[in-house]
Design a protein around this ligand. Structure first.
Ligand code: FPP
Length: 227
């Protein structure tokens, strides 16, 4: 890549698997829920930092289709944190961030998003729809293989563009950098199709400790020249 290409500073798509909230809390002798609370605050800070950098899309794994097996009290807490995040409207608007969501469509068989979270999602999307900056997509009740299988069933042809057009959000561009925190080097069924050519940033840092410094390290992966 030449300096000419870098000068264009393309808007990047960054995806985050926000792992390690539970272990972060355990190390401090706190309940797992305290780790998730700190994780939501870290996310709010990362949204602000990303919006101030050349990040056009930030997509985060908020709750997977596999997460429903967690204890009900932990699930309730995490759902409350999603409502908290989707309620940060003043902050999102101040940063020109548009909220978006991907996951099993609410009206399809098997979908599990509770109505209180559905309402929070719909409201946040509406309250931020005029923003023109970064798009924050929260994956909730999301699993990538189910997304791809559904897209393949609905596609008009067995071609890459036709399948891409049927993903939960066909407007999401390919992922440039996929981040996973807390020392796990797995993709865990997140954005498999969209991350086909992504750089991957694995860090030992727990999600509650992830901030602008770590975001810059991840972004440096795409700023560096490619062969
Ligand atoms: C991983 O921690 C994180 C999750 C299960 C997803 C929930 C994320 C948050 C609550 C952060 C805030 C985000 C939103 C969208 C409100 P873990 O419990 O798997 O940690 P562990 O691997 O250390 O047990």
């Amino acid at each position: 890549m030449t300096s000419h290409a870098a000068a264009h500073s393309p808007r990047l798509h960054v995806a985050c698997i926000m792992d390690g909230n539970g272990r972060w809390a355990k190390r401090r002798g706190l309940p797992r829920t305290a780790g998730h609370t700190a994780g939501e605050e870290a996310l709010a800070a990362v949204v602000r930092a990303a919006a101030q950098r050349n990040v056009g899309w930030l997509t985060v794994f908020g709750f997977s289709t596999e997460n429903w097996v967690r204890p009900p009290s932990e699930i309730r807490h995490i759902l409350g944190l999603h409502r908290k995040l989707f309620g940060r409207i003043d902050e999102l608007n101040a940063n020109n961030v548009r909220v978006n969501w991907i996951g099993r469509p609410f009206d399809e068989p098997g979908a599990r998003t509770p109505s209180s979270v559905q309402k929070a999602i719909v409201q946040a999307i509406d309250d931020t729809k005029h923003n023109t900056g970064m798009v924050l997509t929260v994956a909730f009740d999301y699993g990538s293989r189910a997304e791809i299988a559904r897209a393949a069933r609905r596609a008009s042809a067995a071609s890459i563009p036709a399948i891409t057009a049927e993903l939960y959000d066909s407007a999401l561009p390919p992922v440039d950098v996929l981040i996973r925190t807390s020392g796990e080097s797995r993709i865990s069924n997140f954005l498999l199709w969209q991350s086909a050519r992504a750089r991957v940033y694995f860090t030992d840092c727990s999600w509650p400790d992830f901030g602008a410094t770590q975001l810059d390290e991840a972004l440096a992966l795409v700023a560096s020249p490619t062969a």
